[in-house]
Design a protein around this ligand. Structure first.
Ligand SMILES: [Zn+2]
Ligand SMILES: [Zn+2]
Length: 336
């Protein structure tokens, strides 16, 4: 007889809790024992006591939080597992950003997999998503509507390099989130043949350095502060989304503003962002990838943590599976 997973793995005000293991997955408030899927600020928060994550996620948390990353940090590599109070906990690549993991929990012959954020599309800046068959799959649903079908990321980057070539005197200012999207865009632009130096807003430097130290090829990156305004003609400058419209960008005369996000599919969002040149590149599964993954893991039950759950729950029941909306709060999708 199989224990109903809802009796031992459930949402609490602190976040998703594994009761027999005594740990929380991606807690939104400080807890004694946290297992973290990846470094985005809505999943990895400072102030926990014991923190378990991949070594890269722990590094990223330390880059961002310093001492507040946690009192005791324990790294668990992809494919490794460890017993916490009799519950086996393992990590599998999620394909989302560097270090991102799905958390695999085995207890009394039952396997639950918590996806964290994930995507199936190729991304040279992180390990590819691995299918882990399980009884219960807990999925994100950021883009959980049939209208969300992402563009090919390489083709999106090529549109930007074409624009740089076509407007050799216009500075291109590209807004990107600092963890994941920034490095993936740089890598995509390099693959599309863009070899010139790329100028970085200071806030993006630290995590680019970290990615480079982990063997991710980003080419020549230069601090924006080092360059004279007249030398910016026709160059590419990357900055956090909020910097596009602030004082910082006034040094650039008449920039062409671009913004890279899965949300750029939605015209109203692109307008709201003031992006003249929306680039649809996402680090989350789109609708076809969500459906593919739900089929691939062969679970009997699928729960949806955060995002758009209605259409997905309908799909889950159409697949003959048991579905449930956890509606966890506090996930604002930092990386997208
Ligand atoms: Zn994320
Ligand atoms: Zn998320």
């Amino acid at each position: 007889m199989i224990l109903d997973p809802a009796t031992w793995l459930y949402p609490t005000p602190e976040g998703l809790f594994c009761a027999p293991g005594g740990f929380y997955i991606d807690p939104t408030r400080p807890v004694d024992r946290a297992v973290i899927t990846h470094g985005h600020a809505d999943h990895a928060r400072p102030g926990n006591n014991a923190v378990m994550a991949t070594a890269q996620t722990l590094d990223i948390m330390q880059v961002r939080y310093g001492e507040r990353a946690g009192n005791s940090l324990q790294a668990l590599d992809y494919g490794e597992s460890i017993s916490i109070n009799g519950v086996e906990v393992g990590m599998a690549p999620a394909g989302h950003i560097l270090g991102a993991a799905q958390v695999v929990i085995d207890w009394k012959g039952y396997r639950a997999v918590i996806s964290g954020d994930y995507k199936r599309a190729f991304d040279p800046t992180c390990a590819s998503f691995e299918v882990v068959k399980c009884n219960l799959f807990i999925t994100e649903a950021t883009f959980g509507l049939p209208v969300f079908v992402h563009e090919n990321a390489g083709a999106e980057a090529a549109r930007l390099t074409a624009s740089l070539a076509a407007s050799p005197h216009r500075t291109h200012l590209l807004g990107v989130y600092g963890l994941g999207k920034c490095q993936r865009m740089i890598s995509l632009l390099r693959s599309a043949g863009y070899e010139k130096p790329i100028y970085l807003h200071g806030a993006l430097q630290g995590l680019c350095d970290y990615y480079s130290s982990q063997g991710v090829e980003l080419g020549q990156l230069c601090p924006f502060t080092d360059v004279q305004a007249e030398d910016l003609d026709g160059q590419l400058v990357l900055c956090p989304p909020g910097a596009i419209a602030d004082r910082w960008s006034r040094r650039i005369s008449d920039p062409l503003t671009a913004f890279a996000s899965g949300w750029m599919r939605v015209r109203a969002r692109a307008r709201q962002r003031g992006a003249e040149f929306p680039i649809i590149v996402s680090d989350h599964a789109d609708w076809p990838e969500l459906l593919q993954t739900m089929a691939d893991v062969e679970a009997d039950e699928i729960w949806v943590t955060h995002g758009r759950e209605d259409a997905l729950l309908h799909q889950i029941s159409a697949m003959g599976l048991k579905g449930r909306a956890l509606a966890l709060v506090g996930f604002e999708d930092e990386g997208e």
